[in-house]
Design a binder for this molecule. Structure first.
Ligand SMILES: [Zn+2]
Length: 496
């Protein structure tokens, strides 16, 4: 992310009040919880069946076509809903410390829970940056007791300046699950070399934002016909691909673990494919927005990649469509989907990048890069299921099982005995993307005003109910299954 503008105080609440009532508190049931009659989708066990899931004492207890409810169980009707391992996001910006007007650990955790995520990994481009063991430890401490699991990513270089290696071993010891100078590439190839060497011993990835700053400098959007039409300075695809080629080569030379953040181009995909074939230790993520949106969205033309329908136009230009790396042409989005399907791309991550309205002026050259993602990932990816690009099982795999397994994070499975991190969602229900419908502190998304399909009903983390959709709570109460649920959704719940 590139920040323009200084941090604001808590008291400046132009993005709306930080409404504590909207932040549901974790609620630990002391009774077993039976989710009955849902479609259980868990690729980690090759499971896709209609049945019941029993949660007890914070762990998954049983799943089968029929699980008899223990006498003291709370039974929730999940008919017509999908029950899956909760989602895991290895790339979010929670802006904490330093930018509470954009997001905090608390509001970010609330947005994550509402998006179906149990676990998120947060980037170190905060103020101050997470570049020392002490700062990483402090974040781990502060994240304790929040509704979702938050794991910090430490900076690769001191101060994220790109010229001096940070204390990676110390930060790993303090709880960093990976290292990144995200927002920028690490300028020094020598620092990258040493970071990748260290990653081998630490078993943690070096997560790279690939962007040659001399080629990208001053650019606002993808360099191409749309940029020309709007008279905006472009960021060429080569800015990404040149640094990607450098870092893949460094990974090959060192044997270190390179994780490529937010891959966006077909040419970059080909570079990764070749490196994987050569045995380079590289993993790759893609964002929902680079799979679904194109650079036309910057011009307010709202048509999803691969679809014919043109939706209601957005602002032109739309500062909320300015993101780094930029939205690319449709051919790139379609190539990335193929890469996801053939597993050249390992996982989907949101790059949730909240910004205050003030940082998104209509003048695109002055607007900050970034868009929110946690609450929009599911409905966006469900479009790929409806159009046949992914199965529902594959969606759960790339958004939950694979990121958990790859990064050694909790969750990503409904195997009995594992932590009860569960997401229940309705894949069809329509809802309108509005500021009020979002729990993030920010609402910077080019999807504002559109109606999407698919919404999370319930998120459970370690057996604690951390999010309940209000409509679902009322439905449950009507069916007599869970009379406490509506009360939980509209009031704040008792402390867990
Ligand atoms: Zn980035």
């Amino acid at each position: 992310m590139h920040y323009n503008g200084s941090p604001q105080r808590w008291s400046e609440r132009a993005n709306g009040p930080l409404d504590s009532a909207r932040i549901q508190r974790p609620f630990l049931w002391d009774r077993p919880l039976l989710l009955r009659g849902g479609r259980l989708v868990d690729p980690s066990q090759g499971i896709d069946l209609v049945g019941d899931l029993l949660v007890r004492d914070g762990t998954v207890c049983a799943l089968a076509e029929t699980v008899p409810p223990p006498t003291d169980a709370l039974v929730i009707d999940a008919t017509g809903l999908v029950v899956a391992p909760a989602f895991v996001d290895v790339h979010v910006h929670l802006r904490d410390p330093g930018y509470p007007e954009k997001e905090t650990l608390e509001t970010g955790a609330a947005a994550a829970a509402a998006g179906g995520f149990a676990t998120v990994c947060c980037m170190p481009n905060t103020d101050p940056p997470l570049d020392t063991p002490e700062r990483v430890r402090a974040l781990v401490e502060r994240a304790r007791g929040l509704p979702v699991r938050i794991f910090p990513i430490g900076a690769i270089s001191r101060g994220r300046r790109g010229d001096e290696l940070a204390d990676l071993a110390g930060m790993a010891e303090a709880g960093a699950v990976g290292f990144s100078d995200d927002g920028d590439s690490t300028r020094s190839a020598a620092v990258m070399w040493r970071a990748l060497e260290a990653s081998r011993a630490l078993g943690r990835p070096i997560m790279v934002h690939c962007e040659d700053w001399t080629l990208a400098a001053g650019g606002a959007v993808h360099e191409g016909p749309v940029a020309q039409r709007l008279g905006l300075p472009g960021i060429p695809a080569a800015a990404e691909e040149i640094i990607l080629a450098r870092d893949l080569e460094l990974a090959r030379l060192t044997g270190g673990w390179l994780h490529v953040l937010h891959l966006t181009t077909a040419r970059g995909l080909a570079l990764v494919r070749r490196a994987k074939r050569d045995g380079v230790w590289v993993t790759v993520e893609v964002t929902p927005h680079h799979l679904l949106l194109t650079d036309e969205w910057v011009a307010g033309i709202r048509r999803f990649a691969g679809e014919d329908e043109v939706l209601d136009p957005g602002p032109c230009p739309d500062p909320n469509a300015k993101v780094n790396p930029p939205l690319r042409p449709e051919t790139d989005a379609l190539a990335l989907r193929a890469g996801l399907r053939d597993e050249t791309i390992d996982v989907v991550a949101t790059d949730h990048a909240p910004h205050h309205e003030r940082d998104k002026p209509a003048d695109l050259e002055r607007a900050a890069f970034g868009m929110i993602g946690l609450e929009l990932a599911l409905p966006l990816l469900l479009r790929l299921v409806r159009s046949g690009w992914l199965t529902l099982g594959e969606l759960v795999d790339v958004l939950s099982c694979r990121p958990a397994a790859l990064f050694g994070l909790p969750g990503g499975t409904l195997r009995p005995g594992s932590p009860a991190d569960v997401t229940v969602f309705d894949p069809e229900v329509p809802w309108q993307v509005t500021r009020a419908a979002l729990r993030s502190r920010s609402a910077n998304t080019p999807l504002l005003g559109l109606t999407l399909h698919g919404r999370v009903c319930l998120t459970i983390v370690g057996g604690k109910v951390v999010y309940v959709d209000e409509a679902f709570a009322h439905r449950s109460a009507r069916l007599g299954g869970w009379s406490d649920l509506p009360g939980y959704a509209v009031r704040s719940a008792p402390d867990g």
